[in-house]
Design a protein around this ligand. Structure first.
Ligand SMILES: [Zn+2]
Length: 301
C-alpha cells in the first residue's frame, strides 16, 4: 500500500550531525521495506533560533540530498504516487529564510519546498512557537511570507507554531495549513500537540495532520505502544478527520518511539493494527499515503 511520511530529520543528521547515511533511521532500504513511496525530508533550522546559522545549514542539507540514495523531486510531482521510495523537501523553522522573500525564492528554486514549518521552538521573523505559550500571532513578515507561499503552492506547517499564529493562518492562508508531525493534546498534554479545536479547524479546511511517533507526544508516562498510535488516530477519525490524516513519523528527530515502530520498515505494522480495528481499505489507503498526496497535488494547482 502506497505509504507517505510528512516529516523526518534525516538530512540534518547527515549534514549537521555527520551521521553516515546508512547509520540513519531512515534509509532507502527501510523505506522500500515499509512501502514508503514518498518521504518528506526536512531542512531543519537547528537549535539556535535566529542566533544560529540556519540559512547556511539549509544549503548544507541541500548539498547532502544526493547522499540519501533515493531520487528527490525538486520539480512538479508525477501524476501518480511513486511506486519506489522518492523524496520531497520541506523546511522546519522559518528562521532559515532570514526574514527575506529572496531567501524563500532561492529555496524554492533549489528545493521546491512543499511545506514550511513557520517556526521551530524559537521566536523568529515570522512568529512564535507553541513552546513557551506566547499569545501574539504572526508578525508582518509572517503574513507576507504566507502570501508568497500561497502563490508558490507551499503549505504552511503549524506543527511547532503557537495557537495565535495558528488562528492567524486559518484566517489568512489560502492553501489549507497542515500539521506535519503533531498528535492530540487531549490525549497527551504537550504544547507540540493539537487541541480539539485545532484538529476540527484542520478538518474543516481539508488540511492534513501527520501522526508523530515520538513516544513523549503519544503518552505522558512510559514508552508508547502501537495502541497509543492507534488511539490518537481513532480520536482524530472520531472528529471526522479520516480524510486528512496520515503519518509524520519524525524519524531521525526523536529519541524514543513506540515499541515495534522503530523505523520506516514498520509502517505496515500500524496499518495492520488499524485493519484489525475494522478500518476499511479505502480509509487505510488515505491514512497510509493518499491523504498527504492529495494536499501536495492540490498545492500545485
Ligand atoms: Zn519538529
Amino acid at each position: 500500500m502506497f505509504t507517505a511520511d510528512a516529516h523526518c530529520d534525516t538530512l540534518y543528521e547527515i549534514a549537521l550531525c555527520h551521521t553516515a547515511p546508512e547509520q540513519c533511521v531512515v534509509t532507502a532500504e527501510r523505506l522500500a521495506a515499509g512501502s514508503v513511496g514518498l518521504q518528506t525530508f526536512a531542512l531543519f533550522a537547528g537549535k539556535h533560533g535566529t542566533q544560529g546559522t540556519a540559512y547556511q545549514d539549509g544549503l548544507d542539507m541541500l548539498a547532502a540530498v544526493p547522499r540519501l540514495g533515493i531520487p528527490v523531486l525538486t520539480g512538479d510531482l508525477p501524476a501518480d504516487p511513486p511506486a519506489v521510495p522518492t523524496g520531497i523537501l520541506s523546511c522546519e523553522g522559518g528562521e532559515m529564510l532570514e526574514g527575506s522573500l529572496n531567501r524563500f525564492d532561492e529555496f524554492m528554486a533549489k528545493a521546491r519546498l512543499r511545506m514550511i514549518a513557520l517556526t521551530w521552538n524559537f521566536e523568529n521573523e515570522i512568529g512564535y512557537p507553541a513552546v513557551g505559550g506566547e499569545k501574539k500571532g504572526l508578525k508582518p513578515f509572517g503574513f507576507e511570507l504566507v502570501r508568497a507561499m500561497d502563490a508558490a503552492g507551499v503549505r504552511a506547517d503549524v506543527s511547532h507554531l503557537n495557537e495565535a499564529g495558528f488562528w492567524d493562518l486559518m484566517d489568512k492562508a489560502e492553501l489549507a495549513p497542515i500539521a506535519s508531525h503533531s498528535d492530540c493534546r487531549w490525549l497527551c498534554d504537550v504544547p507540540r500537540n493539537l487541541t480539539r479545536d485545532q484538529v476540527r479547524a484542520l478538518i474543516e479546511r481539508k488540511g492534513f495532520i501527520g501522526i508523530n511517533f515520538y513516544s513523549d507526544f503519544l503518552r505522558a508516562n512510559g514508552t508508547a505502544t502501537l495502541d497509543d498510535v492507534v488511539r490518537h488516530i481513532d480520536q482524530i477519525c472520531e472528529l471526522g478527520g479520516e480524510h486528512i490524516l496520515g503519518f509524520g513519523s519524525d524519524f531521525d528527530g526523536i529519541e524514543r518511539w513506540p515499541e515495534g515502530l522503530a523505523n520506516p520498515a514498520d509502517f505496515p505494522t500500524v496499518l495492520d493494527a488499524l485493519r484489525r480495528r475494522g478500518y476499511s481499505e479505502t480509509t487505510l489507503e488515505g491514512i497510509a499515503g493518499l491523504n498527504l498526496w492529495r494536499v501536495l497535488k492540490e498545492s500545485e494547482r
